[in-house]
Design a protein around this ligand. Structure first.
Ligand code: XMP
Length: 317
């Protein structure tokens, strides 16, 4: 009979045998899957696991630093790579959602390939692929799919010639969380909402600038902290804010303002394939709206997205 503890034990044993003294390189995202996969490989081979965590400048406020610290606390051999300017440069002027996704996917692959080359004699690529990723073969989303779609683009990056190790590829999401718990990984990581690979770039409608990212990070942080403080975070499947390419008239003191509009989105869901908008308490929404408008310069209007998926999607792009 399957238990998380027995899975952990047998997987670590198998990984030790399979990997021996080989080196493994792995990209971490701060998400549940890659973190749990890395922890298993780390338990098997220690410092021979080389983890790379890229700051694409599109993460939540303070997320890069805080996740990097969590990884260090776990004892992982982790390298944080600050590539913000590289990503901002490639995104400059792009407005089409798929063009933004492609630019981000390509930039990530280039940086990861460059980093993987710095590790001498690395033999394996570790991935946090879980069972639904394996069966969802036509998916166009997720980091593993991003890497696959690169096949069609031209020359294969060298790290793709590595052997693949995917210790979670027989597990479902809830099993991954239980395995993570058995490994002692903190709830701060295990209970984290899903977050898209292209990050805030697909929540800023239109072109990306560092200034827009900074505004959205503030708005998002107020919303997410509010959900946590009010005990609502674990009740929604995913939440975030969208920065709209719209300005609206407002009034502040005796002054007329003409500033940005943000949309808040929170959904309930089991797997992200379908979703309902979360019926958050009105008084909570009122508080969050006030806090955003009072504290975030450049935003004078907050709206709440009451669309279900389908026909809407969770993200706006
Ligand atoms: P949608 O917007 O299609 O999103 O309802 C469903 C889930 O997928 C996430 N998502 C992405 N994840 N790369 C990712 O890694 C992407 O390009 C991407 N687009 C959407 C979204 O956040 C939600 O959890």
């Amino acid at each position: 009979n399957w238990t998380s503890e027995s899975f952990v034990e047998s997987t670590i044993r198998d990984l030790k045998e399979k990997l021996g003294d080989d080196k493994v390189v792995m990209a971490l995202s701060g998400g549940v899957d890659s973190t749990v996969a890395a922890s298993l490989v780390h338990h098997a081979i220690g410092k021979n696991l080389y983890c790379i965590f890229v700051d694409n400048g599109l993460l939540r406020k303070d997320e890069f630093e805080s996740v990097l610290h969590s990884y260090q606390d776990m004892g992982l051999n982790i390298k944080g790579v600050n590539s913000k300017d590289h990503f901002y440069g490639l995104l400059e002027g792009l407005t089409d959602p798929e063009a933004k996704r492609k630019a981000i996917g390509k930039a990530f692959i280039d940086i990861f390939d460059q980093e993987a080359h710095l590790i001498e004699d690395v033999k394996w690529l570790g991935q946090g692929t879980i069972y639904p990723d394996v069966i969802e073969s036509v998916s166009v989303k997720g980091p593993s799919a991003t890497i696959k779609s690169h096949h069609n683009v031209g020359g294969l990056p060298d790290f793709m010639k590595l052997k693949i190790v995917e210790p979670l590829n027989t597990l479902f999401k809830d099993e991954v969380r239980n395995v993570g718990r058995a490994l002692g990984i903190s709830d701060n990581i295990l209970k984290r909402h899903p977050f898209p690979g292209p990050g805030l770039a697909i929540r800023i409608l239109g072109d990306i600038t560092p200034e827009k990212v900074a505004i959205l990070q503030e708005v998002d942080a107020i919303f997410i902290n509010g959900l946590k403080t009010r005990g609502l975070y674990d009740q929604v499947w995913q939440a975030g804010a969208m920065l709209l390419p719209v300005q609206s008239v407002g009034v502040m003191g005796d002054e007329r303002t003409y500033e940005r509009v943000v949309a808040l989105r929170a959904v309930t869901s089991v797997d992200g394939m379908t979703a309902d908008w979360a019926h958050l308490p009105y008084d909570f929404l009122a508080d969050i709206s006030n806090e955003i408008i009072n504290r975030v310069k450049g935003v004078n209007r907050v709206v709440y997205d009451i669309s279900s998926k389908p026909p809407a999607t969770i993200e706006w792009e």
